[in-house]
Ligand binder design. Structure first.
Ligand code: 5AD
Length: 349
């Protein structure tokens, strides 16, 4: 059994590709010793491309208004107990200013699907950020917006776009989302983003309600085919005001194992150790990096926004102000043999 799994692991390292069945075998065979073997190889592969470097992104949560009603998400439309906020242009620009001083060279503007942020508003904002900080990248994470909107934001200067596919299985997608959201539209949006020229990121939750090994294998196989520049993977964490309030959270170890597998599929992928990982485990960030992740996204939103951007319960936001968190992060990364760099952190070829 173990020998078979090691054989598959070797094949993955060599070919960067496996069959759906082989991915399922790896996922089923997950245990701590196999995870350590994968993590070690993932670190070696990452080192060849990125050395010791860990990239940081200044995460700005611009709005928790959302027109969608995803069943798992704390900021979904029908959660009447969610206290809504949105940041103004000036507030967002001041987050960038603070972030730049702290050494961030990528700003990630993330939010619910909020019609307040029109193409005109965002294009103007993106142009302003790029003009003020020509050495910075702008990443958007604002949900599905339609191809023309994606194109106009790209032309205004946005470099990257994160849009998790959530699950590559139709039935599972439908069990997590209302009928107006479809996997087909989600995947089309991802293909559009890539075609327009964005460095595009997909991703999924580990341990979301109803998820099976077969579904996870499908996620991995889909990622292998799509070849994203980035991939965000975090454990599912229940939110008290959703139908999944009493479901159990995803597993940190399995999440890290999948990070390693994805690193082996695509050695130069930009792979964050996500906030959800850090929320479930005080050492989650280190564990993610040690499994092969190479990106951390500290939150530079105003403190009031951080607290209200509650996708799931007890979301970690570093505890103190951004400056202190960055200092602490640098030390934590050094302690595991890595180095936080002041760099746009593009995909290295
Ligand atoms: N647990 C973990 N991740 C979640 N997300 C939304 N709700 C949850 C939750 N309860 C993730 C989704 C979404 C991203 C913004 O946050 O994958 O794409």
């Amino acid at each position: 059994m173990k020998e078979r799994l090691i054989f598959i692991a070797d094949k993955l390292c060599k070919n960067h590709s496996l069959t759906l069945e082989e991915y399922a075998e790896l996922i089923d065979g997950y245990d701590a010793s196999l995870a350590e073997l994968f993590a070690k190889r993932a670190r070696e592969v990452r080192k060849e491309v990125y050395g010791k470097d860990v990239f940081v992104r200044g995460l700005i949560e611009i709005s928790n208004y959302c027109k969608n009603d995803c069943f798992y998400c704390g900021i979904r439309r029908s959660n009447k107990t969610c206290e809504r906020y949105r940041l103004s242009r000036e507030e967002i620009l001041s987050c960038c200013e603070e972030g730049y001083a702290l050494g961030f060279r990528t700003f990630v503007m993330q939010g619910g699907e909020d019609a307040f942020y029109t193409d005109d508003f965002l294009c103007d904002l993106i142009r302003k950020v790029k003009e003020s900080y020509p050495d910075c990248a702008v990443t958007l994470s604002l949900g599905e917006r339609g191809k023309e909107s994606f194109r106009c934001l790209f032309e205004a200067g946005a470099d990257r776009y994160l849009l998790r596919h959530e699950t590559a299985d139709e039935t599972h997608y439908a069990s997590l989302h209302p009928t107006e959201l479809t996997l087909q539209n989600r995947l089309q949006a991802l293909r559009d983003l890539k075609e327009i020229g964005y460095q595009t990121g997909c991703g999924f939750m580990v341990g979301s309600p109803g998820q099976t090994t077969q579904m996870l294998a499908k996620d991995i196989k889909w990622i292998e085919a799509f070849q994203p520049a980035m991939c965000g993977i975090g454990p599912f964490i229940p939110h008290h005001a959703t139908r999944f309030a009493n479901d159990k959270a995803g597993d940190v170890g399995l999440t890290c194992y999948l990070l390693s597998i994805i690193r082996l599929i695509k050695p130069n992928i930009l792979l964050p150790a996500t906030t959800a990982l850090a929320t479930l485990d005080a050492k989650g960030c280190e564990k993610g990096i040690l499994a092969g992740a190479n990106v951390v996204m500290p939150n530079v939103s105003p403190i009031s926004a951080k607290q209200k951007y509650e996708l799931y319960d007890n979301k970690a936001y570093g505890g103190s102000e951004a400056a202190k968190n960055v200092e602490a992060l640098k030390k934590r990364m050094e302690a595991i043999g890595c180095r936080v760099v002041t760099d746009r952190g593009d995909v290295r070829l």
